[in-house]
Ligand binder design. Structure first.
Ligand code: NAD
Length: 492
């Protein structure tokens, strides 16, 4: 089998890599591509190109309307190339093709949405309390953006950064994850084809400790947009102590899904499956803690077990496959460790808890359900696994359900299943999380802000306000009096 080769995109050109690394196909464990490992020098070249484009040249001179048109064109190109990009993402991360195709086609809408917003982000005129002055507030691009993404859904997680950043007039250096960077490096070709001026968008693959560190601490970077794990986020915050870049953090979760006895149990069971077994559980919003009303616990668990055991595990390239492999062996080892510790501490295995037979070489792990037997201290209840492992806890009353839902340092997403409208609203009000899905799960839109409470992060992506986060205001004071400048020793 021939090995595919990818290159970094720096200052409008596809650069020869000085160092490379192998990328594996997680469904077989075989090397399928060679990726560029961006060095600190590559990062410097990319950031300097982004800075030049920000300060001078066609991008700096472009109207917001023209920037918006470029973004819409990029969105159209993503849609036109969705199948090719999806094939690459599936190959490089093991995410199933039926999801990568649908998700990437939708990524086009994120670029179109921010393209449409580019010339609608207005400044203001302040009715200032000084008769001889006029003040206008100009929103200006914050500067060079360092965007850093994890390996799951890289095109999607990049779009929520690039869209508002470019609409605002910023320039970007985007670092793909070292795991599965192929779709982003191929996306660079579409950025080029769309006609963004050289240096406006630069895309690199590389490792965190050198490329990521240099990028997020670079003196010319003014804004860091990070998605990844909490431990890396702490490192990013340390990195930005050097450049004092304004930073947003989209991190992990241990999201609760609360199922009340009055819910439509079959529909709720489907949603719980969507929350934890879709994307093989490798989703920041994974609904990994099921809180179920005790009176329906046994019945609900029986339905879930049946659905989990019916999931079609297999080749992620097969459109019939419902669950593919994990993306990395590191992931699988972590999951196995936490599951073993949880069972040793009294958790009861309802299903799964093993590598499924018949997939030698691939990084597969069976859909797993662990009844925590009311022990909320079990590792599988506390830790983010980023895999297909659901922990189950029973509750007796609504107040207990809410307390359990909030019993985590995270606060990214949550789900509530009930047919009682008032109860749904009370839960939505009480849950400490950036997203509450009522009688649904894992729904996203470019129009809706997304982000976490607590250890799940800082800031929001998506929606109208995201553009504001990529601008800073400039207050312009104009004195309109012909009188001489007054007493110079008194502040006005
Ligand atoms: P990770 O934190 O290990 O890596 C994320 C990115 O950070 C990678 O590109 C990596 O190279 C880079 N990085 C690592 N060390 C760095 C450093 N010192 N300086 C700069 N960059 C560095 O995360 P991962 O394992 O790739 O992804 C899984 C995590 O991402 C999970 O915790 C998941 O919940 C989270 N996630 C969050 C969201 C969200 O929107 N909230 C979405 C997807 C994934």
């Amino acid at each position: 089998m021939s090995i595919a080769e990818f290159r970094n995109y720096i200052d409008g050109s596809f650069a020869e890599a000085t160092a490379t690394f192998d990328s594996i196909d997680p469904s077989t464990g075989a090397t399928w591509a060679t990726m560029p490992a961006a060095s600190s020098d590559d990062v410097d070249r990319a950031v300097e190109a982004a800075h030049r484009s920000l300060r001078s040249g066609p991008w700096a001179a472009m109207t917001a309307t023209a920037r918006g048109k470029l973004l819409v064109r990029l969105g159209d190109l993503v849609v036109a190339n969705a199948d090719r990009l999806a094939d690459l993402e599936t190959r490089d991360t093991g995410k199933i093709i039926r999801e990568t195709r649908a998700q990437i086609a939708y990524v086009g809408d994120y670029y179109r949405y921010y393209g449409g917003l580019a010339d609608k982000h207005e400044g203001s005129f302040v009715p200032i309390d000084k008769a001889d002055m006029e003040v206008t507030i100009r929103p200006e691009p914050i500067g060079v953006v360092a965007a850093v993404v994890p390996w799951n859904s890289q095109l999607f997680l990049s779009a929520v950064k690039l869209g508002p950043a470019l609409a605002a007039g910023c320039t970007v250096v985007l670092k793909a994850s070292e795991d599965g960077p192929a779709p982003l490096l191929a996306f660079a070709e579409l950025v080029h084809e769309a006609g963004f001026p050289a240096g406006t968008v630069n895309i690199l693959a590389g490792f965190g400790h050198d490329c990521g560190h240099r990028l997020t601490s670079h003196p010319l970077v003014a804004r860091v947009a990070f998605t990844g794990g909490p431990a890396t986020a702490r490192q990013i915050v340390r990195n930005t102590a050097d450049n004092l870049a304004y930073t947003t953090l989209e991190l992990g979760g241990k999201s609760p899904v609360v199922v009340f006895a009055d819910a439509d149990l079959d529909s709720a069971a489907n949603a719980v499956v969507a929350g934890i077994f879709a994307a093989t559980g490798q989703s920041c919003v994974a609904g990994s803690r099921l809180l179920v009303e005790r009176s329906v616990k046994d019945e609900f668990l029986a339905r879930l077990k049946h659905k989990a055991e019916a999931i079609r595990i297999g080749d992620p390239r097969d459109p019939a496959t419902e669950m593919g492999p994990l993306a990395t062996s590191r992931q699988r080892e972590w999951i196995e460790k936490v599951v073993a510790a949880s069972l040793a501490a009294g958790g009861r295995l309802v299903t799964g808890g093993e590598r499924p037979a018949g997939h030698a070489g691939g990084l597969y792990y069976a859909p797993t359900i662990i009844d925590a037997n009311d022990n909320t201290g079990l590792p599988c209840v506390r830790e983010e696994l980023f895999g297909p492992v659901l922990s189950v806890i029973a509750f007796d009353a609504e107040a207990e359900a809410l307390a359990l839902a909030n019993d985590t340092p995270f606060g990214l997403a949550s789900g509530v299943f009930t047919t009682n409208l008032a109860k749904a609203h009370r839960m939505a009000r009480g849950i400490h999380a950036g997203v509450v899905w009522i009688n649904t799960y894992r729904a996203v839109s470019p129009l809706v802000p997304f982000g976490g409470y607590g250890q799940s992060g800082l800031g929001r992506e998506g929606g109208l306000d995201a553009i504001r986060d990529y601008t800073r205001s400039k207050s312009v004071w104009i004195r309109i009096s012909d009188d001489p400048f007054p007493d110079p020793f008194v502040m006005r």
